[in-house]
Design a protein around this ligand. Sequence first.
Ligand code: DC
Length: 226
Amino acid sequence: MAKARTFFVVTIDGPAGAGKTTIAKNLAQRLGFCMLDSGALYRALALALLRAGVRPEDQFIRDGLLESTRISVEPDIGGMRIMLEGEDVSSHIRSEEVGNAASRFSAKPEVRRALLDIQRGVAEKCDIVAEGRDMGAVVFPFAQAKFFLTADAEERAKRRYSELTKKGQKPFYAQVLSDMMARDRRDESRDLAPMIPADDATIIDTTTLTPRDVTERILERIGFII
Ligand code: DC
C-alpha cells in the first residue's frame, strides 16, 4: 500500500501586530502552500457563541453547543475562506469586538479542544503555513519549520492603528495600545496553550524590519530545511 504523503508544515506564532498574517500570506504565496489562519477559527467560533447569546465571562457553555457549531476552512493556495454554518464569515470576524471575544473565549479548554481537529485536518490536505499563538508548541509540534515573530508593543499598536485608519475607522492610538497590551497579557497568561515560542522555534523581532525582510529571512531558513 502506498505510504500517505507527509505534508510540510511551517508555523508562525506571535502576538497581534507582529506581522504574522502578512508574512504567512507572503510565504504561502511564494511556496505555493495553503495558509491556516488559526485566529480566524477562534474568531469564527467566538462569533457563533456571541450569536448564540453566550458571553466570554459566562462560566459554562451550554451542552452540545460547541459540538453542533459547524466551522470549516476552505484552504486555497496563499489564503483561506472560513465558513460558519455554511456562511462565508471571512470579513464578519474582523471586528475588534469579535477579536476581543475570541481572545477571552480562547482561554477555555473546551473551546481550544473544539478547534484542534479542524486545524490539524488542514495539514492532511496540503502543505501549509499555519499562523497563530500555539501552532508550533501545541497544534503542530512536529512541524518542519517553526518561527515566532515579536515586535515592541508600541510598534505593533502603530501597525494596528494604521490598519484600522485605512479601513475608514477613527481609533484612538492610546486605546489601541491598551487593548493590545490587555490582549497580550490574556494570551500569555492563560493556563492552557499560552502564547509562548516552541522550544525549537526561530525568534524574529520584526520591530525594525519590513515584511519583505522577514519573508526573505524565513525563506532563506526554510531553504536549508527543504
Ligand atoms: O490572531 P487573531 O487576532 O486573529 O486571534 C484572535 C484571538 O484568538 C487571539 O487574541 C487569541 C486567540 N487565538 C488563540 O488563542 N490561539 C491561536 N492559535 C490563534 C488565536
